[in-house]
Design a protein around this ligand. Sequence first.
Ligand code: NAD
Length: 377
Amino acid sequence: LNVGVIRESAPSERRVAVVPDTVADLRTLGVMPLVESGAGAGARYADDDYASAGAEIRTASELYEHADVLLSVTRPSSEALRRLRADQVVIGTLQPMSAPLLVRDLAALGVTAISLDGVPRTLSRAQPMDALSSQANVAGYKAVLVAAASYDRYLPLLMTAAGVARPAEILVLGAGVAGLQAIATAGRLGAVVTGYDVRDEAREEIRSLGGRVLELPGVESATTEQGYARALTDEERRAQRATLADRVAHFDIVIATAQVPGGRPPLLLEEDAIARLRPGAVVVDLAAGPFGGNVALSRPAETVVTDRGVTVIGAGNLPATVPRAASEAYSRNLRALLGHLVDEGRLVVDLDDEIQAGVVVTHDGRVVHPAVAKAVE
Ligand code: NAD
């Protein structure tokens, strides 16, 4: 089985799906890694690094011709995907829900598309394959550094001969994977950190990282049976936004990471809440995307400074800005997924398997993932 590692084509993408360290591991599965020349360049892996690890270097056209399985980080361009042939497999974070027409084309071509954003996040044996979490972890870490770089004071308490600087007060909204990593990172940098989430379980996790917990009245515990947050009712949403607007003025930096699976990101900070922040305050919205974000005014990969001097940063692709750490983690996620899918050098699709049912999007000429099939209709 030849697995091909493509060179990512999205603007500013610097990650690579497989790092040289994983090559030997893949070979023990009975697969042969082929790497597109330059695929690792953004993360500073040279072709020679891959060749010394036991991979073969190929041009793009050789790769598409000889690979049985193509591995990517983000969704390859539609031109690249349309080059695929029947019975080829593509594995990556394909975000199928945001490209239903492309998914339909892949099914029509007879391509098997496997997307890591479908890994069941609450299934513990799937955790090593959970690329959304590994990349959210990187994003949560980097969000704090991005905020610190725009903030005009120190994060830690500093005592110097020139006087005492007070520590920054940081509020992290949403204490899932990215939020907890942001809390941990901000704490290590010496800030005073407060976390907020709508799930009761998150309180203990915030405290275990040394954070304080923000309590807001008006929102009942919002955990579903699967352990995720549920969408709030309109009344809860109104109460949450109003009380948050009252409390937010106390903070110097706000990092917003709230999301509900499958839904639009909840709007937590409206313009009037941002207006209450003190000049020099910084807000980073990790949830900023094409369908909105947690913060009014935030746009993906854009920074806005309000008239009052509050900086609102819509996060872009943060994992791509820490490309080696992000690629190493992603590469291990892929290795774990391939370990699950490959048996004696063959990739075996079995839709009765709980993990495969989550990740396999198209197979045998059909869109087989129920939620995606619904979106494609
Ligand atoms: P996650 O599901 O692990 O965490 C989201 C948290 O938000 C959960 O703990 C949930 O309980 C909480 N939440 C839901 N609704 C809430 C509400 N109304 N108020 C407060 N908390 C609420 O998700 P994650 O993997 O940590 O990702 C978080 C966000 O970061 C997502 O929007 C994701 O798309 C984004 N992200 C951005 C980047 C980037 O580079 N820009 C990278 C990775 C993730």
